[in-house]
Design a protein around this ligand. Structure first.
Ligand code: COA
Length: 143
């Protein structure tokens, strides 16, 4: 699944082992279904290139994932702009969490005008209860 493969690219080696163990294929299947109404996808004909998952009630960009072969062509940027537009009706600011070691994603968000508000702890959901993960909180003022 695209979402899990991209998540592994961004998180392997940068998060606690407990979180790695909790992020098997079933986690992504359950969450893909849970967030289906607030997921924006990028496609090329029938091919899925990427997706962005939103929590529209809180203004959070939950996940942004682009297929490895499609990276570097603007798909992530286009998805992020769509996410910002969708959230701007309901929120003044959007926010997201990035693990400190995911330097590619951090560069990407900063290039798109997101502000690093510094380190915090993200309570990542899992079937055994939330797992505390050190992250950086990024925010974007919405137009
Ligand atoms: C992060 C991610 C979503 C970016 O998607 P993408 O489709 O490659 O993004 P884009 O093509 O729109 O932009 C990517 C590049 O544009 C950069 N960029 C674009 N124009 C630029 C410019 N003029 N100057 C500097 N940087 C520029 C970004 O920083 C990034 O550079 P790099 O990856 O080569 O260092 C993708 O790499 C991914 O899925 N990663 C794995 C999952 C992940 O980490 N998700 C985020 C979790 S919080």
């Amino acid at each position: 699944m695209l979402w899990r493969a991209a998540w592994l690219d961004g998180h392997t080696g940068h998060v606690p082992d407990e979180l790695m163990k909790a992020r098997g294929p079933e986690h992504f299947s359950v969450h893909a279904e849970k967030f289906v109404g607030s997921t924006i996808v990028a496609t090329d004909d029938d091919e899925l290139l990427g997706l962005v998952v939103l929590a529209e009630d809180t203004g959070e960009v939950v996940q942004l994932a682009v297929d490895r072969a499609a990276r570097g062509f603007g798909v992530g940027g286009a998805l992020l702009r769509c996410a910002e537009e969708r959230l701007s009706g309901r929120h003044r600011k959007a926010h997201l969490a990035v693990v400190p070691g995911n330097t590619r994603a951090r560069r990407f968000y900063e290039f798109h005008g997101w502000r690093d508000e510094g380190p915090t702890v993200y309570r990542a959901p899992s079937t055994a209860g939330p797992i505390e993960v050190p992250v950086h909180r990024y925010t974007q003022v919405l137009g």
